[in-house]
Design a protein around this ligand. Structure first.
Ligand code: ARG
Length: 260
């Protein structure tokens, strides 16, 4: 994770950033601390930190730093020039943690666009930020099958904004963010009883941008319906208020990068 000391919205690279409500940084700090504390206390997570850097407001979204698997990490190469200066900071943090860092030759936005399902399959997004050829790099590097899902809605520009693999083979996702082909790919690989779809309203509240550690699922203000559905599947739901980060198009999952 990376503390929101310099978090703000002063450029707009996704539709969420075009809103006119300014970020309350004090509140953002409080919300971020609550997420960090909840991850530690509720799930026993250990948290490593990337030092915040002035002028890099989106560095808080560490999910985008890299795709990490085993002891190697494919570093992000951001599509937008605004975020490219984050790359050396993420590289240095990953190297300090002992990872071998691989640089992709094309735009690729890390775990924002590549999620492991059941430890054996990568569900990866492309078109808005990540080049589809980066998926081949993941596949070749880690010898894992990658299912490429086209993201066709501007609001759901990273696959982690509309899809979230959960333990036990469950998959939380928003069908409206995918095309017919993508939906077929999901349906062909995830048994029906394991699929948990969210509504447009829940998706716009970043329901799919959830972090799961052990049995706990951490997410922004879940609806009663979704909390119930998750509980029925055996999860403990930890609802948080991450309103300030939604203004930049991110939520719980975007604020973390899973390292194991
Ligand atoms: N403002 C950031 C961007 O547009 C938000 C990144 C959210 N991260 C994520 N993993 N979805 O790049």
């Amino acid at each position: 994770m990376s503390s929101p000391d310099y978090f703000e919205v002063f450029y707009a690279i996704n539709p969420w950033m075009k809103g006119d409500a300014p970020v309350d940084r004090g509140l953002a700090m409080e919300q971020w601390q609550n997420l960090k504390t909840a991850l530690k206390r509720r799930a026993g997570a250990q948290v490593s930190l990337v030092k915040p850097v002035p002028g890099l407001p989106d560095l808080v979204f560490t999910a985008n730093a890299a795709f990490v698997h085993g002891d190697r990490a494919i570093l992000a190469h951001f599509k937008n020039a605004e975020r490219r200066p984050e790359e050396p900071h993420f590289r240095a943090s990953l190297e300090a943690l002992g990872y071998t860092v691989i640089e992709p030759p094309v735009p690729f936005e890390g775990a924002g666009d590549a999620l492991i399902y059941e430890g054996r399959l990568v569900l990866a997004g492309y078109r808005q930020r990540t080049e589809v050829s980066a998926h081949q790099l993941i596949s070749r590097t880690f010898d894992l099958p990658v299912l490429s899902l086209e993201l066709h809605s501007e609001h759901f520009y990273h696959v982690d904004t509309c899809l979230c693999p959960l333990e036990g083979g469950h998959l939380l996702y928003y069908p409206g963010a995918f095309d017919e082909y993508g939906l077929k790919v999901i349906e062909a690989n995830v048994p029906e009883e394991k699929r948990l779809t969210v509504t447009g309203q829940e998706a716009r509240n970043f329901a799919c941008n959830a972090v799961q550690v052990g049995r706990c699922v951490f997410l922004n203000q879940p609806s009663a319906r979704l909390s119930e559905a998750l509980k029925r599947r055996g999860f403990e739901v930890v609802g948080l208020d991450l309103s300030e980060f939604l203004k930049a198009g991110g939520s719980a999952k975007c604020l973390t990068l899973r390292l194991n």
